[in-house]
Design a protein around this ligand. Structure first.
Ligand code: GLN
Length: 488
């Protein structure tokens, strides 16, 4: 058993009793990375010297009464679109292969305040565009449960590193499902908080009205700890919510969901959902019922338009956000240009991968005059309808549940030539981003050896209820305790 299989409470009590040091934890992380990451491909960069120095400093605190941070000593990985001062941040793109940020993202600062130890940066789909990890310009990441399968994406490395026991927890970002879907494929917990609850300052922008940072952990309690450590208003992010009374998420984990009203949208269990996934979710619902929850079928009638609206809105925002990569101010500049226009043209042609180019073209088209009303504006209206669908359901229910993804992890290479099929994997996660509300994916079983995730969706700023339901479910099952058979 890995030290990372201990609960956070156990780790902290062992640290207190001097049965363990932070250096031991950091050692365990780098040892595991050395043993398995050649086969997983979760990491893009390690920060070993700094991590060991931090561990030594934290170890000095062990014998003292100095109060400990919530995440004291825990080795963490960061998705490579979260900027870290002095540590390369590439978004798994050739364009940013030489980018060394001069500042830390707010979440990085908050992790440091909570006394976690950053061990390195994690692989992802380039600029967070993708759902399999295969759009990384560096290397694909593999699913720790099965090397022929994808780990999901775009937070591919974040999910795989946690599932493979390379770090204690990771941060990812979720624009249309990029935390929850890989968490589901890798058999771990992943949460997208309410839009604006976690600062985006220092998160490299993909689609700014949708992007949100969140935790990937092995269980719901750890998720609550990490969430607690990273939330809060940030004047450096103009979309950050000024929430004055942040709840105590840990105290929400009561196990009591007696009488809780749970909605199961019929659209989430219909056509296109793998029968094995449906079965696991129906089993999960029986568990919730056995705990006293009242589950009823509802309709979210505009679900089928979510993917189309998302790919117009997210791509439009991406085309605008990624205009900054011009070969002049950031990242890599072409060697092949004779004039300024060619600097832009060739830097962008050489720097971006095919999926990023596809999104930029789609978004630029959707925003162009003459097409704006037909595409961008229409998609915004659909977004409002999707949000209203949730508002209507939440008038009568506490949470919405369903699968996180329509299928378990697919095979590497299986969908690369078929972007539309790839986009449809996000059908159950995207509506949540469009509505700006919180959701978690929690392991609910297996389909032929590959994990399946249950999604629990809540009202805006009601992370507590989402966590409470996921935790109550987890306590009654042992899916989250299963580990991939990755021989060291
Ligand atoms: N898979 C979706 C996409 O490709 C979601 C990505 C994300 O959430 N960053 O856009």
């Amino acid at each position: 058993m890995s030290v990372f299989d201990l609960t956070l409470q156990d780790i902290h009590s062992k640290l207190r009793n001097k049965e363990l040091t932070v250096t031991d934890l950091v050692d365990a992380s780098y040892r595991r990375i050395a043993d398995v990451d050649g086969r997983i491909g979760a990491f893009l960069a390690l920060d070993e010297e700094n991590a060991r120095r931090t561990a030594q400093q934290l170890d000095k605190q062990l014998g003292t009464d100095e109060p400990r941070g919530l995440l004291f000593g825990l080795p963490a990985g960061l998705k490579d679109n979260i900027v870290t001062a002095g540590l390369a941040t590439t978004c798994a793109s050739k364009f940013l292969s030489n980018y060394d940020p001069i500042y830390d993202a707010t979440v990085v600062r908050k992790l440091r305040d909570a006394q976690a130890v950053t061990v390195g940066k994690l692989n992802m789909d380039e600029f967070a565009m993708g759902g399999s990890g295969e759009n990384s310009a560096v290397k694909p990441t593999r699913n720790p449960w099965h090397p022929d399968h994808v780990p999901g994406g775009s937070s591919s490395g974040s999910a795989a590193a946690v599932a493979a026991g390379e770090v204690y927890f990771a941060l990812g970002s979720d624009t249309g499902g990029s935390i929850r879907q890989p968490a589901s494929y890798c058999g771990i917990v992943g949460m997208k908080p309410t839009y604006g609850l976690v600062s985006r300052f220092g998160l490299v922008a993909f689609a700014s009205s949708l992007d949100q940072i969140g935790p990937l952990t092995k269980n719901v309690e750890d998720c609550a700890y990490v969430l607690q450590s990273i939330v809060g208003h940030d004047p450096q992010d103009s979309t950050s919510l000024n929430v004055t009374d942040i709840p105590d998420y840990l105290s929400a984990l009561t196990g009591d969901i007696q009488g809780l009203r749970v909605a199961l949208p019929k659209e989430y269990m219909g056509e296109g959902i793998d029968p094995r996934v449906k079965e696991r979710v129906l089993e999960a619902i029986r568990v919730l019922e056995s705990l006293g929850a009242v589950v009823e079928e509802v309709s979210l009638p505009h679900t089928e338009y979510a993917v189309a609206a998302y790919y117009l809105l997210a791509s439009s925002e991406a085309s605008s956000n990624l205009a900054r990569y011009d070969g002049v101010r950031y990242g890599v500049r072409t060697d092949n240009a004779g004039n300024l226009l060619d600097v832009y043209r060739y830097s962008r042609s050489e720097g971006f991968g095919p999926e990023v180019k596809r999104r930029i073209m789609l978004g630029t088209y959707a925003l162009s005059s003459g097409y704006y009303d037909a595409y961008y504006l229409k998609a915004q209206k659909v977004r409002t309808l999707i949000k209203r669908d949730f508002d209507n359901v939440f008038a009568n229910y506490d949470v919405v549940v369903g699968p996180t993804a329509p299928t378990p992890a697919f095979k590497l290479g299986e969908q690369v030539g078929d972007p539309l099929t790839m986009y449809l994997n996000d059908i159950l996660t995207i509506p949540v981003n469009l509505a700006g509300i919180p959701a978690i994916s929690v392991p609910c079983g297996f389909a032929d050896g590959l994990p399946v995730g249950l999604q629990v969706i809540g009202k805006a700023l009601n992370e507590s209820t989402v966590l409470r339901v996921a935790h109550a479910f987890e306590r009654s099952t042992d899916h989250h305790k299963q580990r991939p058979q990755l021989k060291a």
